[in-house]
Design a protein around this ligand. Structure first.
Ligand code: AMP
Ligand code: MG
Length: 454
C-alpha cells in the first residue's frame, strides 16, 4: 500500500479514480440476508443463481402457425394434412401428436414443438383462412378458424429446419450460471430469479455510510437561516446519492469549523462502514477536515484531483491504530487486546453543492458499491452531439452540468447556464455532465462529446 500512499497529493482524474478502484477491490461486503424477490430490487446478490432446468425447457415455438418438416416444403405451395393442434401449455404426446411427412400441426407461440417437426411456418404464410386467424381462441371459433376445420393447409413460403422455434436448453442448460454473485438486481435479473423459482433472494446487507457536513455557516434545514447562514442541502443530496448507490445513509449532526467538535463527529462517522464529509477541505483558514483527520493518523491517498468542479476532493483511510480508543492506564497488554477494527475509508468532498454531487459520483460511488458487495463497474461515458460551442480553460478535466435533449436518434447536448459550483438550481435543470478533457480550450458545435449521465 505504500506506493499508493506515496502518490498522495493532487492527481489527475484518472489516477484518482484508479486509486479508489484499487482500494475498493480490497474491501469486504457485509453479511448476507434473505429478502423477498421484489425487495431485492437494487440490492446485490450474495450467491450466484443457476438454472433449475433447461431454458427453454422444451423446443418452444416463437410464432403462431404450423409445425412442419422443412423437407416437405421443397416445392411451394405445398399442401399438408393437419393432424392436430398445440397451444401454449399443451404437451404434445408423441403417441397422439407427431408430424410425419406430408403433415402439419397447428401451433401457437410458446407451445412445445411436436415430435417429427423441425420448423414452424408462420400462419401469415399459409392459405388456410389466414385472414380469419385471431390470437384469441374464442374469436377463432366465432370466425370459423380452426386448423382442423379444413384438414389441409396450403403453405406458401418455405422454411429452413430450425426456423421459428428455440431448441430446448439453448438459452441455458440446467445448472448453468445465470446471475453472478455481486450482481446488482435490476428488472432483468429479477426476471431471471423469478424464472428459476426464487421467491426470496440472498443479498448483502447494505453498508452504513456516515454523512457529515461541516461549516459554521451551515444550519439544519428546518431552521430559519440568519442572513449569512445557509441550509444544509449537502447532507440531503448525499444521503439521496448514498441510497441510490445501494447503501444506508447515516446523517450526523453538522460539524462547526472547530477542531474538537469536528473530531468527535469524525470519530462517530468512522464507526460506520464509510465516512463522507463535505466542506472544509479547501485552502481556507477554517478548512480543518484534513488537519483533524491527520490528528487521527489518517492515511491520505489523494488530497485533490485535477477536475472542475471538485478539485479539493480528498480520499483516505483511518487504520486500525487510529481508530482504537486512547488506552486507559489499566488497559490490557497488546497480546490481550481484541482484534483491531478494520480500516475505515473516508472521502472529504468539497462543500460547494455541485462539487459534492459530482465528486460523489466520480469517487465515492465505486467504494460504496464495493462495500455493498458489487463487482466493480467501469465508469462509462456516453456520447452526444454538442449543440453549441464551448470555450473553457485548459488544465482540468471538467464535468459541466448540461442538458441532453432531442428525441430518438437525435440526441444533442448543451451546457446548462450556471453560476459555478454553488448553483444547485442549474444542476436541477441539467440531466447530465459534459466531460471536457484538460487539453481542450474550444469545442465546436456538432462535435461528439462524452457525457456522464446522472
Ligand atoms: P467549503 O468547501 O467548506 O469551503 O464550502 C464551499 C461552499 O459550499 C461554501 O459556499 C459553503 O457555504 C457551501 N457549503 C458547505 N457545506 C454545505 C452544505 N452542507 N450545504 C450547502 N452548502 C454548503
Ligand atoms: Mg466550510
Amino acid at each position: 500500500m505504500s506506493s499508493i500512499a506515496s502518490t498522495a497529493g493532487i492527481v489527475s482524474f484518472e489516477q484518482a479514480r484508479r486509486l479508489v478502484e484499487v482500494h475498493a477491490v480490497g474491501v469486504s461486503p457485509a453479511q448476507a440476508e434473505s429478502v423477498e424477490l421484489l425487495d431485492g430490487l437494487g440490492r446485490v446478490l450474495a450467491e450466484e443463481i443457476v438454472a433449475d432446468r433447461d431454458f427453454p425447457p422444451f423446443d418452444r415455438a416463437t410464432r403462431d402457425g404450423y409445425a412442419v418438416r422443412a423437407a416437405d416444403l421443397a416445392k411451394i405451395p405445398a399442401r399438408l394434412e393437419i393432424v392436430g393442434e398445440v397451444k401454449a401449455g399443451d404437451w404434445p404426446e408423441p403417441s397422439s401428436c407427431t408430424v410425419r411427412s406430408g403433415q402439419a400441426v397447428g401451433i401457437m407461440t410458446g407451445a412445445p414443438l411436436p415430435t417429427g417437426a423441425d420448423a414452424v411456418v408462420m400462419v401469415e404464410h399459409t392459405a388456410s383462412a389466414a385472414q380469419e386467424f385471431h390470437p384469441d381462441p374464442a374469436q377463432n371459433a366465432t370466425l370459423g378458424w380452426s386448423p382442423l376445420a379444413g384438414r389441409f393447409v396450403e403453405i406458401q413460403r418455405a422454411v429452413a429446419a430450425g426456423e421459428n422455434f428455440v431448441p430446448r436448453g439453448t438459452e441455458a442448460r440446467a445448472a448453468q450460471l445465470l446471475l453472478d454473485r455481486g450482481r446488482r438486481l435490476d428488472h432483468a435479473a429479477i426476471a431471471i430469479a423469478a424464472s428459476v423459482g426464487k421467491s426470496r433472494v440472498p443479498v448483502f446487507r447494505k453498508p452504513r455510510v456516515a454523512v457529515l457536513s461541516t461549516g459554521d455557516e451551515v444550519v439544519e434545514i428546518d431552521a430559519t437561516p440568519r442572513p449569512a447562514q445557509i441550509r444544509n442541502s449537502n447532507s440531503y443530496s448525499l444521503a439521496a446519492q448514498v441510497s441510490a448507490a445501494g447503501a444506508e445513509p447515516v446523517r450526523l449532526a453538522i460539524a462547526p469549523d472547530e477542531r474538537r467538535r469536528l473530531r468527535v463527529l469524525i470519530e462517530e462517522g468512522l464507526e460506520c462502514d464509510l465516512l463522507l464529509l463535505t466542506g472544509g477541505v479547501s485552502m481556507g483558514k477554517y478548512d480543518l477536515v484534513e488537519q483533524v483527520l491527520g490528528q487521527l493518523k489518517a492515511e491520505f491517498y489523494f488530497t485533490g484531483a485535477q477536475i472542475q468542479p471538485g478539485k479539493p476532493v480528498v480520499f483516505g483511510s483511518c487504520g486500525a491504530g487510529a481508530l482504537a480508543r486512547v488506552p486507559s492506564t489499566n488497559s490490557p497488554s497488546a497480546r490481550e487486546r481484541p482484534p483491531s477494527p478494520p480500516k475505515k475509508y473516508f472521502f472529504g468532498l468539497p462543500g460547494n453543492p455541485v462539487s459534492t454531487m459530482v465528486t460523489f459520483e466520480l469517487f465515492a460511488r465505486p467504494m460504496i458499491e464495493a462495500l455493498a458487495g458489487m463487482t466493480p463497474q467501469p465508469l462509462l461515458f456516453l456520447r452526444a452531439r454538442l449543440k453549441s460551442e464551448i470555450r473553457t480553460k485548459t488544465g482540468l478535466k471538467r464535468f459541466l452540468p448540461a442538458v441532453l435533449s432531442g428525441e430518438f436518434e437525435n440526441a444533442e447536448v448543451e451546457l446548462a447556464r450556471w453560476q459555478g459550483s454553488g448553483d444547485i438550481a442549474a444542476l436541477a435543470r441539467a440531466n447530465c455532465y459534459v466531460v471536457i478533457p484538460p487539453d481542450r480550450e474550444r469545442i465546436e458545435a456538432g462535435e461528439w462529446v462524452p457525457l456522464l449521465m446522472r
